[in-house]
Design a protein around this ligand. Structure first.
Ligand code: MN
Length: 167
């Protein structure tokens, strides 16, 4: 897909110049996790990107233990306003059940997100109430929609804590 920044990028090398490269920058962006008691309870991780919320359904929720790889199924993008939604989705509607905002804050890409979606690896720093520090999402080989959410080993990691069970 041609991009209006292709010419700019063709003249530069992201690895060898400190100039901004992606056009999206690494500014802090919105992230939210919504606990969703649908037919099957899950946690919806949403990261603001490109004017929408990129979204993953995490059945077991995030873990602070870097050894725990949590399945995160990529679902459809959601509108940015969805980050504020709490309420009951009525029976008969898609995703019927209760939704609460379980965590929210900002995230900052640690590695370029535009190429990260292509490569299937997103590395980002979270500043939430429950989720902090560096996290990664890695696409599995099984399916383009199937990712793993993993806590990066850092000061916010905790091998003894799995967040959803605490709340
Ligand atoms: Mn959901």
């Amino acid at each position: 897909m041609p991009n209006s920044l292709d010419k700019y990028r063709s003249k530069r090398s992201a690895q060898t110049t400190p100039e901004p490269f992606s056009g999206e920058g690494n500014r802090p962006r919105l992230f939210v996790v919504q606990k969703h008691a649908a037919r099957r309870l899950h946690y919806d991780l949403r990261l603001e990107w490109g004017g929408t919320l990129k979204s993953w359904a995490v059945p077991k929720g995030p873990s602070l233990d870097p050894k725990e790889k949590r399945l995160a199924v990529e679902v459809e993008d959601h509108p940015v306003e969805y980050a504020d939604f709490e309420g009951i989705i009525p029976q008969g509607n898609y995703g019927a059940g209760a939704v609460i905002v379980w965590d929210r804050g900002s995230y900052t890409p640690v590695e370029d997100f535009a190429s990260g979606f292509d490569k299937g690896k997103l590395l980002f720093q979270l500043s939430g109430y429950k989720m902090k520090g560096v996290w990664t999402l890695v696409r599995t080989k099984r399916s383009v929609k199937e990712w793993l959410l993993i806590k990066h080993q850092d000061a916010e990691a905790d091998g003894a804590r799995t967040l959803p069970e605490e709340s």
